[in-house]
Ligand binder design. Structure first.
Ligand code: GLN
Length: 191
């Protein structure tokens, strides 16, 4: 089991610490040759989606990663990572991988309300501490997209085939359960 973590910008170290605590091996994705190794799952961290999107293209990572996602590589995308996966963005003309058929609103809570913490239910996982940081939310989902988390009537987590998109940051909490759930999916895919 080896998980690739996109490490060009943003909060990738927190995901690494979480995988360390679970004893799961991983590698950082910073350049094209990093993608030569075996990858059983991909983590797209939070950060700044516009910067990450630009770097993905500049570093020649974009096409290879998009292809792997389309082929069924399990993906855990948090916050800016969710924005990278979304097929449509309400308040941005650009889209990135566009492999997740949802509409996402960036910085959706406004500047003052964008960062908050709440305990809420995540399907398949249970009640979890959820941390939102300048968070997006999911405005619309198309058929086949499963809602994993609803927070204050807004969709904050979805699953579609091999892709999990979360508006919040499970990597900054003490609870490893969302990462454990993701690793379970990666193992099932390997079997
Ligand atoms: N607001 C950021 C963006 O639009 C996402 C914030 C985050 O990842 N914590 O990319």
């Amino acid at each position: 089991m080896n998980i690739g973590i996109l490490a060009v910008q943003g909060a990738f170290i927190e995901h690494e610490k979480m995988l360390d605590s679970l004893g799961i091996s991983y590698f950082e994705i910073r350049k094209k040759t990093d993608l030569c190794q075996k990858m059983d799952g991909l983590i797209l961290p939070g950060g700044e989606s516009t910067v990450m999107g630009k770097l993905l293209h500049e570093l020649g990572l974009f096409e290879v990663l998009k292809h792997k996602i389309e082929e069924g590589l399990p993906v855990l995308a948090t916050c800016a990572g969710l924005i990278l996966l979304a097929e449509k963005l309400t308040n941005d003309e650009k889209v990135y991988f566009a492999t997740l058929p949802v509409t996402v609103k960036r910085n959706a809570y406004g500047r003052q309300l964008g960062s908050f913490h709440i305990d809420s239910e995540v399907k398949y996982v249970g009640i979890e501490p959820l941390t939102f940081i300048r968070a997006p939310y999911i405005e619309n989902v198309t058929e086949g997209v499963e809602v994993l988390a609803l927070v204050n009537d807004k969709i904050a987590g979805v699953k579609y085939k091999n892709q999990i998109g979360l508006a919040f940051h499970p990597e900054v909490t003490e609870s490893p359960r969302i990462h454990e759930y993701f690793i379970k999916i990666c193992k099932e895919q390997m079997a």
